[in-house]
Design a protein around this ligand. Structure first.
Ligand code: PGA
Length: 243
C-alpha cells in the first residue's frame, strides 16, 4: 500500500484527479471504477475542469459504479445514477452507453448482479478503481463481516452507514436499508485501486485499514493484500497513523 498524506480535501481531490487523468491519457479506453458520496465530489469537479481545458478526453472511457440503492429508481434524486449524472457525467464527453451502474429496481436482483459481474469481466476488469471508505471501514457497501469472496450482491446496510447517510435525506427513515454493491472479490480484481479519505471521522477506519489485522470486521483491510493500492488522505484522516 502506498500512502499519500496531503494537507486537506482540496489537495486530496487534485491528487486523485491527476492520477485519474494520467490513467486516461495513457489508455484512452480505460475502464474506471467510480464511487459516490461526499469524498469523490472534489475529484469529479477537478476532472470536469480538466475536461473543459481540453486536458482529458472521456469519449472512449468505460465506467462501472460501485453500488446503487436497492428499490430506488434512477430518476430519484437520491439514486447514485442521479448523483453520477449531475455531479460528473453530464459535464463531460463520456458515451452514455459506456456507463454502468447497478439497476436498483431490477426485478431479478440475482440476475442483475450476475450480469454486472459479467460486464466487468467482458471489459477485462477495472484499470483503476476509486474508493471512499465508510466510518465503519466499508468499501462500496461491503459492510463489516462481509464475505471477502462475494462478488456483486444485494447487501443490507449497517446501522452506522444508515446513520451516516441520513445527512443526505430528510429523515433517517427515508434512507434505503439495502443496496446492490460490487463485492470485495469484484473490487480486488481491479488492476489499480485508489482509496480516498478526508476528515477526522475516517481516522479510525483508516487506522484499522492500514495498521489493523486483515479481517472482515474492517472490510477495507483486505486492501493490504492487493498489489497496487494508493491511499490518498488528508491530515485529519491520517491523524491516528504514526509514520
Ligand atoms: P462519504 O462516504 O464519501 O460520503 O464519506 C464514503 C463511503 O461511505 O464509502
Amino acid at each position: 500500500m502506498e500512502l499519500i498524506v496531503v494537507k486537506d480535501y482540496e489537495e486530496m481531490s487534485k491528487k486523485a484527479a491527476a492520477i485519474m487523468s494520467s490513467q486516461v491519457l495513457l489508455k484512452k479506453d480505460s475502464v474506471l471504477g467510480l464511487a459516490t458520496g461526499d469524498t469523490p465530489l472534489g475529484m469529479y469537479k477537478e476532472l470536469i475542469n480538466k475536461y473543459k481545458k481540453n486536458e482529458i478526453d472521456f469519449s472512449k472511457v468505460k465506467t462501472f459504479n460501485l453500488d446503487e440503492y436497492y428499490g430506488v429508481d434512477r430518476n430519484n434524486s437520491q439514486s447514485y445514477y442521479f448523483y453520477m449524472m449531475n455531479n460528473f457525467f453530464k459535464y463531460i464527453n463520456i458515451d452514455m452507453s459506456n456507463i454502468n451502474i447497478p439497476d436498483g429496481t431490477a426485478q431479478n436482483v440475482e440476475k442483475e448482479c450476475i450480469n454486472y459481474d459479467r460486464k466487468i469481466k467482458e471489459a477485462d476488469g477495472m484499470d483503476l478503481q476509486i474508493l471512499g471508505i465508510g466510518v465503519n471501514g466499508h468499501i462500496g457497501f461491503n459492510e463489516p463481516n462481509v464475505s471477502f469472496e462475494a462478488q456483486t450482491h444485494l447487501v443490507s446496510l449497517d446501522d452506522k452507514t444508515i446513520k451516516s447517510n441520513a445527512r443526505f435525506f430528510n429523515s433517517i427513515d427515508e434512507v434505503p436499508v439495502k443496496a446492490i454493491s460490487m463485492g470485495i472479490k469484484t473490487i480486488l480484481q481491479s488492476k489499480k485501486i485508489i482509496l480516498l479519505a478526508s476528515g477526522e471521522s475516517k481516522a479510525k477506519a483508516i487506522y484499522n485499514t492500514v495498521k489493523g489485522k486483515i479481517s472482515p470486521e474492517t472490510p477495507a483491510s483486505i486492501l493490504q493484500l492487493h498489489q497496487d493500492v494508493t491511499i490518498i488522505l488528508d491530515e485529519k484522516a491520517a491523524n491516528l497513523i504514526s509514520f
